[in-house]
Design a protein around this ligand. Structure first.
Ligand code: GUN
Ligand code: ZN
Length: 434
């Protein structure tokens, strides 16, 4: 195969570590005039343009951006594909919202053509927003996942998804059985897990919609294949938590249900966790599990305020999630804007570098993919984005007053959205141009 080598020159920023562990200054690397060199879909060099340029062949193709910032592609650790058509449904909290809006919307995925149409819209929307990897809930229908993976494979994206397992407490038209969910998940795993840059996630929706038999089979699947993911929801809403207690009286709370069925582990991601207690955070951290912090959703559905400092205290891995239908945006920049407000309401702060970490390297760590994505270290996948300082008149004017990269970054996260993402690259290929 011929060597394809390209270089991108701009301001470049990426996370090196969690600011909560190493302090802000040691948590990032910034090149005011940087150069990113890509060879065959991977990053081969990163540094100051003045250092790297003399070492490159004279004929190398260099794209030079003015007033732009290159960062790693953003990572969404919790999002529902079949809710693309129902973002912004008015006025309910979680359980009513599921019954009134979500289940009817997800039922449309029984139609394969619909699944394919939405998968296409969904992937375009991710890339328009600079999200290069997502951990994705399909619907209960296997074709929702097939449609998604087929579209992701064509673009050589690194994506993780699974078919929802749901065999009770949902309308008949949207339930599987313990056995059919096991067989359908198994067939999807055999077809997709480890193909190109795709990975499978065993996906019991949440404890209330699975029988003990189904949860046991979900745990069994995790034991049958190496490196499978597990995604579900936990402790999002107070009514939901009481319901779980009533459904599983023999268990010691919500997390213990999942623990009992062997659903915790290094590739397990629990969405929301708004009402987790200290002991539950400690147990999640001990098992290497992660939590997806979904601020737009937690505000929109009135679920509550995620306690990020408590998660940090327990060294619990945290990624960011947009949750789509429950949330209000595909944009992780907008999600960080809301995350900052969630911290403010609890008397805490979210530094711009912690925000960058959550949306990139922290998400990658939550997914155990930090050796591949979430960073611009040489050797990793060339998944990166170009953010445009002049995306809107206000952003342009505001950034002219910014004195340093911390301020620039914070403004990008406060005023930024899909318009800010000029280009998105995956495996070195441009997959979005604004
Ligand atoms: N809990 C169970 N299903 C869902 C869902 O689709 N969205 C959210 N936000 N919470 C859930
Ligand atoms: Zn969700």
């Amino acid at each position: 195969m011929p060597l394809t080598r390209k270089a991108y020159r701009a301001a470049i920023l990426h996370s090196l570590a969690d600011p909560a562990e190493v302090g802000i200054e040691a948590s990032y690397e910034y090149f005011e005039d940087g150069l990113l060199v890509i060879e065959n879909g991977r990053i081969s060099a990163l540094g100051h343009a003045s250092d790297l340029l003399p070492r490159l062949p004279a004929d190398i193709d260099i794209t030079h951006y003015q007033d732009a910032l290159i960062t790693p592609g953003l990572i969404d650790t919790h999002i529902h594909l079949p809710q693309t058509g129902m973002v912004g449904a008015y006025g309910e909290q979680l359980l009513d919202w599921l019954n009134t809006y979500t289940f009817p919307c997800e039922s449309q995925f029984a139609d394969k053509a619909h699944a394919e149409e939405v998968a296409d819209v969904f992937i375009k929307e991710l890339l328009r927003n600079g999200t290069t990897t997502a951990l994705v809930f399909g619907s209960v229908h296997p074709q929702s996942v097939n449609a998604f993976f087929e579209a992701a494979e064509k673009l050589d994206l690194r994506m993780i998804a699974g078919k929802v397992m749901m065999d009770r407490n949902a309308p008949d038209y949207l339930t599987d059985t313990a056995e059919s969910s096991y067989q359908q998940s198994k067939a999807l795993i055999e077809r997709w897990h480890g193909k190109g840059r795709l990975h499978y996630a065993v996906t019991p929706r949440f404890a209330p919609t699975s029988t003990p038999e189904q949860l046991a089979l979900a745990g069994q699947l995790l034991g049958e294949y190496p490196d499978l993911y597990m995604q579900t929801h936990i402790s999002e809403n107070k009514q939901e938590i009481e319901w779980v207690k009533a459904l599983f009286p023999e268990r010691d709370g919500y997390l213990d249900v999942y623990d009992h069925y062997k659903l915790l582990g290094e590739r397990s991601v629990f969405a929301h966790g708004v009402h987790l207690c200290d002991e539950e955070c400690a147990r999640l951290a001990e098992t290497g599990s992660a939590v997806a912090f979904c601020p737009t959703s937690n505000l929109f559905l009135g679920s509550g305020l995620f306690n990020l400092p408590m998660a940090e205290k327990h060294k619990l891995n945290v990624g960011l999630g947009t949750d789509v239908g429950g949330g209000t945006s595909f944009s992780l920049l907008q999600t960080l804007n809301e995350a900052y407000k969630v911290m403010q309401l609890q008397g805490a702060r979210l530094s711009p570098f912690k925000s960058l970490y959550l949306a990139t390297l922290g998400g990658a760590r939550a997914l155990r993919l930090e050796d591949r994505i979430g960073t611009l270290q040489p050797g990793t996948d060339a998944d990166f984005i170009v953010l445009d300082y002049n995306a809107t008149p206000l952003l342009s004017y505001r950034l002219k007053q910014a004195n340093n990269i911390a301020e620039t970054l914070f403004v990008l996260m406060t005023l930024g959205d899909d318009r800010t993402v000029l280009q998105t690259y995956a495996a070195g290929n441009r997959v979005h141009q604004r």
